[in-house]
Design a binder for this molecule. Structure first.
Ligand SMILES: [Zn+2]
Length: 310
């Protein structure tokens, strides 16, 4: 076997896997200030990071992978030479939790929830590194002088240890994977507990912020660079509810199980990215959840149990 066949296979698999994210790609990515020294950053390939600049230091949100992180680091350096104190990583999945070493090497501490770190220790990716700092439970505040990063673990909604970050002084937030403006659910809805996801969105709606960066955003790039907001959180929750209602209506009608994915339509979302390609997959996944019961799940998965452990 030629030496580079394995490399080619990996590149091929990764390319295929990432292909859906490239739907909105264009050359217009970059950096934009979306709040009070709050910046969004994207390379235009579907991944959006955020950074916040304070009097003395900088906090970065979501490293994605080394290529992204190197450009993100350059982008921060294009705006400020203050030290980057923390690089926050939202959850365990390789497509978000890779690239952290770039910021460790730049003198920052990478931070993720202990559950995400445990998974990464058991399932290292080719570009992942264990975090410099972990945290446990469901709430923590990290003080950076003139601003605070509030960490919120809302339960087992997606992946492990998924953390929503808010910066109260700047009225900003970072939301990974739970809210993707202008797109149906991602393909086969991997590693989402859909009921917990819906409940978590309700908790995010209670949070007080004006602007957020959503890790994936399928609005036109000009809008996506401006971030997302509570209207997008509400839209995401409504989509879940509308899809569930449509499925239950087919259950009521007695439509055959395997006929339902083709029978369900939600024309009010037909302009959303992925509608034609993924609505059937979304439907089958949510049907499975309604039929079998919610998954994935682990003991002490929720907020209350987590707090009680401490
Ligand atoms: Zn994920």
């Amino acid at each position: 076997m030629p030496k580079n066949t394995k490399y080619f296979s990996i590149v091929f698999i990764v390319s295929v896997f990432y292909a859906p994210f490239v739907i909105a790609a264009n050359e217009n990515g970059g950096v934009r200030e979306i709040g009070d020294s709050v910046y969004s950053f994207t390379l235009g390939e579907g991944n959006h990071s955020m950074f916040v600049i304070g009097e003395d230091s900088v906090a970065v949100f979501e490293t994605f992978h080394s290529g992204h992180s190197q450009k993100l680091l350059q982008a921060v350096r294009g705006v400020t030479d203050k030290s980057i104190k923390y690089a926050f990583i939202s959850h365990n999945h390789w497509d978000h939790a890779s690239g952290g070493q770039v910021f460790s090497n730049a003198g920052a501490q990478t931070v993720m929830h202990e559950r995400a770190a445990q998974w990464l220790e058991a399932h290292p990716g080719r570009d992942t590194a264990l975090p410099d700092v972990t945290w446990t439970g469901d709430r923590k505040d990290i003080d950076l002088g003139d601003f605070t990063v509030s960490l919120h673990y809302l339960g087992i909604n997606h992946g492990l240890g998924l953390t929503i970050f808010t910066i109260p002084e700047r009225r900003a937030a970072y939301i990974a994977d739970l809210v993707t403006p202008n797109r149906v659910m991602f393909s086969v809805v991997p590693d989402f507990n859909i009921g917990e996801w819906e409940r978590s969105l309700g908790e995010i709606l209670e949070m007080d912020f004006d602007v957020a960066v959503c890790s994936h955003n399928e609005l036109p790039m000009e809008q996506a660079m401006g971030g997302c907001n509570q209207d997008d959180v509400e839209d995401e929750r409504q989509f879940i509810r509308d899809l569930r209602h449509a499925i239950l209506a087919e259950f009521e009608k007695g439509t055959g199980f395997m006929e339902i994915p083709k029978a369900v339509t939600l024309p009010q979302y037909s302009h959303w990215v992925g509608y034609d390609e993924w609505l059937e997959m979304n439907t089958l996944r949510l049907m499975t959840d309604l039929w079998m019961g919610p998954f994935p799940w682990i003991p002490h998965a929720g907020k209350v149990a987590d707090s009680a452990e401490e």
